[in-house]
Design a protein around this ligand. Structure first.
Ligand SMILES: Cc1cc2nc3c(=O)[nH]c(=O)nc-3n(C[C@H](O)[C@H](O)[C@H](O)COP(=O)(O)OP(=O)(O)OC[C@H]3O[C@@H](n4cnc5c(N)ncnc54)[C@H](O)[C@@H]3O)c2cc1C
Ligand SMILES: Cc1ncc(C[n+]2csc(CCOP(=O)(O)OP(=O)(O)O)c2C)c(N)n1
Ligand SMILES: [Mg+2]
Length: 579
């Protein structure tokens, strides 16, 4: 970390460490932060009134980090969360790990006990830099007021450069109280980490171009890195010029428009069968900003055996980590594609696209919109209806479980940053606070939470934050009376031994009303559209408790450790039947 350079006239710019913290955030362009006070961070809260920054008081520090995370995912900016030492800091850990696993840029600031008592088991002392070392991109313990600005400026730089991620800055109470000279410009990081195009040499580019030219059955694997790099246009250009079909990861949804004719849909454990079969039959995979997660590959020893692979990713650690590749182009995706695209010649992909269409014909789900109402309310129908009602334009924050997978299958995302979901850590309780962050980042956008009855109960006290901030966002609880994804695994792999899978809930309508939020329950399909319309027309938050079919299963599914093509398909009596 670079130390702030001394200025010639310190007297004009001397501030407390706490004031320096806010002034630095202001200088970094921060307008909103999410936080919760406590003893070791009180000097910071005392100084807040002097700065034009909106502080959103949360109900739990995990919520603050998920809000900062949702804010970052929706806007592309760095999210900021603040907590006190000890329990405040440890409550942040799940949120930080969630952001780390999905490469989300955050700066988390914690108060720490005084520097003189560090290591003495002082009141509310925990070694939060030690605890978060494995789940942060970097972290700092700041013990002097003059180091506050340089540490924070470096934290912002690290959080958003290269592969983004969360950075924690722990500031002792005496560092917040002491004074130091403040000069924002002088506190800029000395070492700016530039990410060179590590292996983007002309021969490597030429090799990639030749692999694309020669391929008969290419597939683009579209990942989260497309959205993070802002490379959507380049990816569409590549796919269209070379007529290559595109399969998306969960976090890549929206990075390539769902309605595009070349979009196959989501790959992996709950991807549609034609998507996974295309990958297994492919002779060239072009992986763009995705990390071959195990939810995506199934068993590695049987993964895409016939395919050569090109991997474009900003993080060299991802290259050859899970899947060996023939050509690696390590750098920012948009910049790499800018070099590659002019060299790619139009190709005729019709034969391969026809083959995939035939696979699709065999497995395509009938348009569930047109399925007759059989008196049951299926989660897939609810989500598909929500997609139609919002014309696919809403920002959706999902929780984790079956409803998350149905959302991925039945809400079609055409634009980037419109799906906010915890992929890598799979953190239940994420959706509600993340949606709050998204709404604060993008107040003009329509924002919906889609949460399960289990996960919603993990962070529902944040309903109070929605009311406090007067946020106009809507909540859909997909209430199946179960920890549904757990029940599904027990049904399939544990002989239907539904241990601890049924879960009771409060009356969610009454719960919402107790917070001052309008709410309604929906039990039949015929009520879905009218209730969604009521929620959308209502000025202010609205919660809908969808009482859906209890023992419903997400298909297709790949059992853990199985090959990508060994899918458990929809049984013929499933309401979402296949042809
Ligand atoms: C219940 C559950 C079920 C799931 N089922 C599925 C499933 O069926 N299918 C599925 O796909 N996922 C599924 N997931 C999600 C899965 O666990 C992973 O989170 C997801 O596949 C990761 O997608 P990704 O590799 O695109 O994104 P990330 O994990 O975010 O990786 C992004 C990659 O892009 C790179 N990158 C970042 N910025 C840039 C840049 N500027 N330029 C170039 N590269 C960049 C990064 O280095 C990284 O390698 C599931 C999750 C849960 C919780
Ligand atoms: C914090 C946390 N604890 C446990 C899990 C394991 N888990 C994954 S899905 C799931 C069930 C989710 O139930 P619910 O929220 O009702 O959603 P549903 O699957 O029914 O749609 C559980 C317990 C998790 N992902 N996160
Ligand atoms: Mg449930």
């Amino acid at each position: 970390m670079s130390k702030q350079k001394p200025t010639s006239d310190d007297s004009k710019t001397r501030l407390t460490g706490a004031e320096i913290m806010w002034a630095t955030l202001e200088g970094e362009g921060v307008r909103e932060v999410f936080g919760y006070p406590g003893g070791a961070i009180l000097p910071v809260y005392d100084a807040l009134r002097k700065f034009p920054i909106r502080h959103i008081l949360v109900r739990h520090e995990q919520g603050a980090v998920h809000m900062a995370d949702g804010y970052a995912r929706a806007s592309g900016k760095v999210g900021v969360a603040i907590a006190t030492s000890g329990p405040g800091a440890t409550n942040m850990v799940t949120g930080i790990a969630t952001a780390m696993l999905d490469s989300i840029p955050l700066v988390c600031i914690t108060g720490q006990v005084g520097s003189k008592v560090l290591g003495s088991d002082a009141f509310q002392e925990v070694d939060i830099t030690g605890i978060t070392l494995p789940v942060t991109k970097h972290n700092y313990l700041v013990t002097r007021a003059e180091d506050v600005a340089p540490a924070l400026r470096e934290a912002f730089h690290i959080a958003q450069s290269g592969r983004p991620g969360p950075v924690l800055v722990d500031i002792t109470k005496d560092a917040q109280q002491a004074t130091a000279a403040f000069d924002f410009a002088a506190a800029a990081p000395e070492k700016v980490h530039v990410h060179p195009m590590l292996s983007v040499t002309q021969p490597a580019i030429a090799e990639a171009v030749e692999l694309i030219r020669a391929a008969q059955r290419p597939v683009i694997l579209a990942g989260h890195g497309i959205i993070q790099s802002g490379a959507m246009k380049q990816v569409v250009a590549l796919a269209e010029r070379a007529q290559i079909p595109v399969a998306c990861t969960l976090l890549g949804l929206g990075g390539f428009p769902a309605s595009h004719a070349l979009n196959l849909g989501m790959m992996g454990m709950h991807g549609e069968s034609w998507v996974n079969h295309s990958i297994q039959e492919s002779d060239l995979l072009i992986a763009l900003g995705m990390r071959f997660d195990d939810r995506v590959t199934g068993s590695l020893s049987t993964y895409a055996q016939k395919a050569k692979k090109i991997h474009i990713d900003i993080d060299p650690a991802e290259i050859n980590k899970n899947v060996p590749v023939q050509v690696a182009l390590t750098g920012d995706l948009a910049a790499v594609l800018d070099q590659l695209l002019p060299l790619v010649r139009p190709r005729d992909g019709a034969a391969w696209l026809r083959t995939i269409d035939r696979m699709k014909g065999d497995a395509a789900v009938l348009d569930i919109v047109n399925l007759p109402d059989n008196g049951h309310l299926y989660a897939a129908h609810v989500i598909n209806d929500l997609w139609r009602a919002t014309s696919g334009n809403a920002v959706i924050a999902t929780d984790v479980g079956q409803h998350q997978m149905w959302e991925a299958q039945y809400y079609k995302h055409d634009s980037p940053r419109s799906l906010i979901t915890s992929g890598g850590l799979g953190t239940m309780g994420f959706a509600l606070p993340a949606a709050i962050g998204a709404k604060i980042a993008c107040p003009q956008k329509e924002v919906w939470v889609i949460a399960g009855d289990g996960g919603f109960q993990m962070t529902c006290p944040e309903l109070a934050t929605i009311v406090q901030e007067n946020l106009d966002l809507n909540i859909a609880i997909i209430n199946n009376g179960y920890l549904g994804m757990i029940r599904q695994w027990q049904e399939t792999f544990y002989d239907k031994n539904y241990q601890c899978a049924p879960i009771g809930s409060p009356d969610f309508v009454k719960l919402a009303e107790a917070f001052g939020i309008r709410a309604a329950a929906v039990r039949t399909r015929s009520e879905v559209m009218s209730t969604v319309a009521e929620a959308r027309n209502h000025k202010g938050p609205f919660l809908i408790n969808f009482l859906v079919e209890q023992e419903d299963t997400v298909y297709p599914m790949i059992a853990p450790g199985s090959a990508l093509h060994e899918m458990i398909r929809r049984p013929s009596n499933n309401p979402l039947v296949e042809r």
